[in-house]
Write a protein that binds this ligand. Structure first.
Ligand SMILES: *[C@@H]1O[C@H](CO)[C@@H](O)[C@H](O)[C@H]1NC(C)=O
Ligand SMILES: *[C@@H]1O[C@H](CO)[C@@H](O)[C@H](O)[C@H]1NC(C)=O
Ligand SMILES: *[C@@H]1O[C@H](CO)[C@@H](O)[C@H](O)[C@H]1NC(C)=O
Ligand SMILES: *[C@@H]1O[C@H](CO)[C@@H](O)[C@H](O)[C@H]1NC(C)=O
Ligand SMILES: *[C@@H]1O[C@H](CO)[C@@H](O)[C@H](O)[C@H]1NC(C)=O
Length: 275
């Protein structure tokens, strides 16, 4: 005869399974109710002022018939781009985007609805909507486009105990932090200035004084969108440096809470089963 604990455990499992089925049903009804029958995926993107950028969007294509694409920007009138029955229809295009947008026409049939935007400006930042319609139905997704300024860092040594990191055209105003692999506290030997640059951009110069021979010093110039890292060391043979620029392009900070909620629900569920 099974113990009382085992019976309760089985009942709990049954309840969980029923709940999961209900959730699946509700989600199914929600999707059907909106007639969103094509899966569309917008991609979080970071662009650099005055560069070009690709706002990523993919969908499950109809390979035999037309796939119509419409790009909109939330909070602006008109469309960003419209493509219907194999033709671009740009008479309803918002003036801000005139002559600056295009699709990768030959890749549409394989499900790539990405938008190319040239000469990016700060005002291009925002939430975009990628809407797909074909014989299977319609679908849409929104994506966040962030715009900033960032460039590589250059490390020089203006005197035998000074390291200088310089970088130009940042937006928003970045913070600079230094690290070293020695025990010394370097906080008081650093001086950072922000000479203004064109438009709303700023240049950055950060100097570390009292640098020692054969100690590695790292300057990091960073915003939420990007960071430039310069690693340097003064040696008997002169200054050795390497630099890299990282753009935080892959994770939308706004989408993280959604992941957390999923993880939370999952752990609650697992904890429940465990007991
Ligand atoms: C869509 O095509 C363009 C051009 O080939 C490419 O750069 C981009 O990465 C593609 N986007 C996706 C999401 O595959
Ligand atoms: C740096 O240069 C100064 C004079 O310019 C000299 O007195 C000092 O010894 C030098 N320091 C090192 C670590 O080479
Ligand atoms: C380094 O010095 C600064 C100012 O003197 C102080 O605020 C900071 O806590 C020190 N850091 C460490 C790691 O000791
Ligand atoms: C950029 O600077 C101009 C004035 O020079 C200002 O009107 C505008 O709001 C600024 N844009 C941003 C995004 O800070
Ligand atoms: C720079 O540091 C200040 C103070 O610690 C902080 O308030 C600000 O958010 C930081 N900015 C960036 C871009 O990290």
């Amino acid at each position: 005869m099974p113990g009382i604990g085992k019976i309760i455990f089985r009942i709990m499992i049954a309840i969980i399974v029923i709940l999961l089925l209900l959730i699946a049903l509700i989600i199914g009804i929600g999707v059907a109710g909106n007639k969103l029958t094509i899966a569309v995926t917008g991609v979080y993107t970071v662009g650099r002022i005055s560069d070009d950028a690709i706002l990523g969007c993919t969908f499950i294509p109809d390979t035999t018939q037309a796939n119509n694409i419409q790009w909109e920007k939330v909070g602006t009138s008109g469309v960003v781009y419209k493509y219907e029955n194999g033709k671009s229809l740009l008479n309803g295009q918002n003036a801000d985007f005139k002559g600056r947008t295009s699709l990768f026409i030959s890749e549409i049939k394989s499900g790539n609805a990405s938008l190319k935007l040239t000469q990016i400006e700060l005002s291009d930042a925002g939430t975009y909507k990628c809407i797909i319609t074909n014989s299977k139905g319609t679908g849409e997704d929104t994506l966040t486009f962030k715009v900033g300024g960032y460039t590589d860092v250059v490390v020089t040594s203006p005197s035998n105990d000074t390291l200088r990191c310089t970088s130009s055209d940042w937006y928003p105003k970045p913070n600079v932090t230094w690290e070293s692999n020695s025990e010394d506290n370097i906080t008081n030997t650093i001086k950072t200035t922000y000479p203004p640059a064109l438009f709303n951009l700023t240049d950055v110069t950060s100097e570390l004084h009292g640098a020692q021979l054969d100690v590695e010093y790292t300057c990091k110039i960073h915003t939420v969108l990007a960071q430039a890292v310069g690693v340097s060391m003064l040696t008997d043979f002169g200054l050795q440096t390497t630099a890299r620029l990282e753009v935080f392009n892959s994770v939308d900070p706004l989408s993280v809470p959604r992941l957390w909620i999923c993880a939370l629900l999952l752990s609650l569920l697992l904890g429940f089963v465990h007991h």
